[in-house]
Design a protein around this ligand. Structure first.
Ligand code: ADP
Ligand code: MG
Length: 493
């Protein structure tokens, strides 16, 4: 059975086609200095239990106080997901026992979340865009962490993460393949990073997803789903979906039934395994937290946040295409990160005199990002600036240097720094544009190769050979177009 599910494509089973259905519950850690209900630090990587207030440790009598910054961030995220914002919402207690949950309950939002329905537009491939419905976004506390690998006989608990604000973002079951799920999470992460509401760092656990998977015959009602908990990389999300769908199809084709349950993905074995049977909402005995008033704000507050949002990736992409004439593909690459888009605009913007958009995109994507990727650097600390790349583009546009020289110059600036124009001058990196000078080289080459010249008259493909010779004689400094024209004129072709 081949289950490499390509977008919107059905999966072939032994007894016919199946459709994969996926809905995600993404947990995104809110960027804020302090926790959701206490003043303790949210910094990553502190000594165990060094960022724990009395509230986070659930000392008796301690009262939670909501951190407005987390609320602001949740509203801004909701706006970025084109979602409705609920002016009144409620914090509920979700009761369960876990050693790393000292309160014995998590403060979350259940029936009345802060953010309602929204939508994310996702480019799955260059030609395929899907809309993924957002069901809700709610605020909740993160739990602490049990450490089982410090001592063979004892487990420890680290409460640094206890009480850190999370946004749980729940999608509708609108996703139809591993590819679509991966593209959705990548897009969501981009939006969160643009907004500055979550750093999206999956390695640090700032972004992780519970992945709900079911399969069905095309056109049939939704099948029974399994929920794969806490998948922490985009690649694993894709693998978990394919592995889980494969498992379910095998069971169903064998005449079996899917049990609704919570499962774990084991990346080493590429399979999911059962963790526990699915808990239902009533198991948690949700009720409004009596320590907290309903969360209320007015429309003006939301409107002010909306007005101050940055330009988001979809809008930026559309603008890049319209304003700079970029291809959708190039625009997509450039808006993937805000810093990349800003860098491109610094290059193309010039000093009030805009440069050619396509040329700037090529230089930024191919030369600059290409080099950064190879050397593992990032934009902020790159050894070449937008102004320097712009300078190289200007020299090419003015005909001072060829594209090839531009690349050499890029390499020099990257390794040694300096002003491109000054370097080009110092090192004689200048293009030969003088027609008379080029003609004399052409004359010499033609005179030295009379047979080839005769052939070229009948066989225009030979012209390239002459261009090559002239470029060689001029150490690559001659302007290729001028050389071409001069050879054609000389040979009369
Ligand atoms: P619960 O609260 O029990 O986790 P929800 O109805 O809130 O259940 O759904 C949780 C997630 O599961 C949502 O992302 C939703 O899109 C997804 N989901 C619901 N039904 C299915 C299904 N049949 N197949 C796949 N995903 C589903
Ligand atoms: Mg759920």
């Amino acid at each position: 059975m081949n289950i490499e599910s390509s977008p919107r494509k059905l999966v072939k089973g032994a007894t016919g086609d199946w459709e994969i259905v996926v809905g995600l519950e993404v947990h995104a850690q809110v960027i804020s200095n302090a926790k959701l209900f206490s003043g303790a630090s949210t910094a990553f990587g502190g000594e165990p239990n060094s960022h724990v207030s009395l509230v986070d440790a659930a000392m008796p009598g301690m009262l939670p106080v909501v951190n407005e910054e987390c609320v602001r961030q949740a509203i801004r995220t909701g706006l970025g997901l084109k979602a409705s914002i609920n002016l009144s919402s409620v914090f509920d207690r979700k009761n369960y026992f876990y050693p790393d949950l000292p309160q014995g309950y998590q403060i979350s939002q259940y029936k009345n979340p802060i953010v309602g329905e929204g939508e994310v537009s996702v480019d799955v491939t260059a030609t395929e865009t899907i809309a993924v419905g957002i069901e809700r976004l709610h605020l909740e506390q993160d739990a602490g962490k049990s450490l089982h690998d410090r001592n063979p006989a004892t487990s420890f608990v680290d409460l640094n993460r206890s009480g850190v604000a999370l946004m749980e973002i729940v999608t509708r079951p609108d996703i139809r393949s591993a590819e679509e799920a991966k593209a959705f999470v990548a897009k969501l992460r981009t939006i969160l990073r643009y907004l500055g509401t979550c750093d999206g760092d999956m390695e640090k656990g700032s972004l992780r997803a519970d992945v709900n998977v079911s399969v069905r015959r095309p056109g049939e009602p939704l099948g029974t789903r399994c929920e794969i908990k806490n998948v922490n990389s985009i690649r694993f999300i894709g693998q978990a979906i394919d592995a889980e769908a494969r498992r379910q199809i095998l069971i169903l084709e064998d005449g079996g039934k899917i049990e609704q349950e919570t499962r774990l993905f084991d990346p080493a074995r590429g399979e999911t395994r059962s963790m526990r049977t699915k808990e239902e909402a009533h198991d948690y005995r949700y009720f409004p937290d009596p320590d907290l008033l309903p969360l209320q704000f007015d429309e003006a507050y939301v409107a002010a946040l909306a007005a101050a949002l940055p330009e988001l990736p979809d809008a930026k992409k559309a603008r890049f295409i319209a304003q700079y004439g970029l291809s959708p593909y190039d625009a997509d690459v450039l808006v993937g990160e805000r810093a990349a888009a800003d860098f491109f605009e610094d290059v193309v913007g010039g000093n009030g005199q805009p440069r050619d958009g396509k040329a700037a995109a090529n230089w930024v994507i191919n030369e600059f990002f290409g080099r950064l990727n190879r050397e593992g650097g990032d934009i902020a600390t790159a050894p070449i600036s937008a102004a320097q790349i712009g300078g190289i583009i200007d020299l090419i546009t003015e005909g001072e240097i060829s594209g090839k020289m531009g690349k050499d110059l890029f390499d020099i600036v990257w390794t040694e720094g300096g002003d491109p124009r000054a370097i080009a001058k110092e090192r004689g990196l200048t293009q030969m544009t003088d027609a008379a000078a080029i003609e004399s080289v052409v004359d010499a080459v033609v005179a030295a190769n009379p047979e080839k010249a005769a052939q070229a008259k009948a066989k225009p493909a030979m012209l390239g050979w002459f261009v090559g010779q002239v470029m060689k004689q001029t150490s690559g400094r001659a302007n290729p177009q001028a050389v071409n024209a001069a050879i054609r004129a000389k040979l009369g072709t």
